[in-house]
Design a protein around this ligand. Structure first.
Ligand code: C2E
Ligand code: CA
Ligand code: CA
Length: 417
């Protein structure tokens, strides 16, 4: 049976459930009166009478124990019956704060009703106790509250990792990468908080901040490079910004981002937006609409971590994509494995023949850089050239970079990660 919610009707005198029955459903009394009773000392004892608007059998929500009372319809009774799994599923998708409160209340209710006795046994088939979920949810909410505070207290930072032309080794742009300068825990990387921000939706205000910050920083970087007499006549730098799939739930995402970019005086044609393949697979139509709107505003679009996801080459032609970022794992395996090397080569040829620019990610060794260049990759990014660094460090590099043709000394040192 598919756990769901449905209506049930009981004629006067009918038993709704009986003491000892399995309690899987919670009932809401829509119409009529219900008598709750128990057997004690061989006699039936009425506990209470419930009426319209009352809830019945709510213990099914607390644990999988047999009914502790019998419910009889005193009149014609209409009930709304909800299976515990149905309610669990609803709870899992509700606002995490609301879900937390309900779980706390249920947990308290259980310990009061069970007299504080341990009611869970190892044989319980429940995958996860409410308490485990509670701890997990609490931790997430803590992270989320912290993130919201971080946003208002300006504890979020952007590190910038240069993207270089593999042939000239000149910096052509950079990728903005989020960090959290935590007052107690120090610098925290995105792996520790981004998935929570995505679950709770806090990624939305964070991303809007990132766009504004990265775009105004791009102008500072450009100004720093303009002070470098050796950097005349170079094409303008671009800023690559990561977008989260959550943001695409907003049908007006492109308008919103466009407004933010113009608001800080930046040029959308200098902004590359990085998205992942999964977005295109999960909501193809919405993604198409939004990506086309981005293109119309002049933004460029990169597929991040290319090769790790579904990699259906089909979609590459269906969306306005101009850059492929070949995932670090390919670059990594290229050194060990001849076949990986061939795959990378094929990917680059394909991208180039579709008029897409390639950025190879995670280049750590000189031989990787030269091989990727031979394969036809135009741009690269990785520790070989630079780690992600604070704005000031990258400005200094751009301002003082002695630009020589074929320079292999990228900006090293410092770490923003
Ligand atoms: P990503 O977009 O694939 O970013 C590249 C990651 O690889 C960065 O990690 C970068 O520091 C790291 N990396 C770069 N070069 C090398 C290298 O040569 N070797 C190695 N081992 N690693 C290298 P980071 O900064 O920890 O970011 C992790 C992920 O978090 C990013 O992966 C991205 O998916 C996400 N992320 C970071 N910043 C943002 C942001 O502002 N918004 C969103 N939505 N996601 C972000
Ligand atoms: Ca990225
Ligand atoms: Ca990537």
């Amino acid at each position: 049976v598919n756990p769901s919610s449905h209506r049930k009707v009981f004629e006067p005198g009918a038993e709704i459930f009986s003491e000892g029955d399995e309690g899987d459903y919670v009932y809401f009394i829509h119409r009529g009166k219900v008598e709750l009773s128990t057997m004690s000392g061989g006699a039936r004892k009425v506990i209470t009478t419930l009426a319209e608007g009352d809830v019945l059998g709510e213990m099914a929500l607390v644990d999988k124990k047999p009914r502790t009372a019998t419910a009889i319809a005193l009149s014609r009774v209409e009930l709304l019956a909800s299976h515990r799994d149905f309610l669990e599923a609803k709870l899992a998708h509700t606002d995490p704060m609301v879900s937390l409160f309900i779980r706390v209340i249920m947990e308290r209710y259980r310990s009061i009703l069970r007299g504080g006795k341990d009611t869970t046994s190892p044989s319980d088939a429940e995958p996860k106790s409410y308490l485990d979920q509670l701890v997990q949810t609490t931790a997430r909410i803590e992270v989320d509250l912290g993130l919201n505070e971080a946003l208002s207290r300006q504890e979020l930072r952007l590190a910038y990792q240069p993207i270089v032309n593999l042939e000239t080794r000149r910096i052509v742009g950079c990728e903005s990468l989020i960090r959290w300068q935590h007052p107690d825990r120090g610098l925290i990387g995105p792996g520790a908080f981004l998935s929570t921000a995505e679950d709770t939706g806090t990624i939305i205000p964070i991303s809007r901040w990132i766009v504004q910050q990265a775009c105004s920083d791009l102008q500072l970087l450009e100004a720093a490079r303009a002070r470098n007499p050796l950097a005349r006549n170079l094409p303008p730098l671009y800023m690559s910004i990561n977008l989260s799939g959550r943001q695409f739930e907003d049908p007006h995402l492109a308008e919103d981002i466009h407004g933010l970019v113009l608001g800080v005086g930046a040029d959308p044609r200098r902004i590359k937006l990085e998205i992942t393949e999964s977005l295109l697979i999960e909501s193809p139509d919405r993604a198409a609409r939004i990506l086309n709107a981005f293109r119309d505003y002049g933004f460029s679009i990169a597929i991040d971590d290319f090769g790790t996801g579904y990699s259906s080459f089909n979609y590459l032609c269906q969306y306005p994509i101009d850059t492929l970022k070949v995932d670090r794992s390919f670059v990594l395996s290229m050194r060990q494995d001849h076949r990986s090397s061939k795959i990378v080569h094929a990917l680059i040829i394909m991208a180039n023949s579709l008029d897409m620019t390639v950025i190879a990610e995670g280049i750590e060794h000189e031989d990787e850089a030269s091989r990727l260049l031979d394969f036809g990759a135009e741009n690269g990014q990785g520790y070989l050239f630079s780690r992600p660094v604070p704005l000031e460090t990258l400005s200094d590099v751009l301002e003082n970079e002695p630009i020589r043709e074929g320079d292999s000394q990228g900006p090293a040192k410092s770490d923003g990660s």
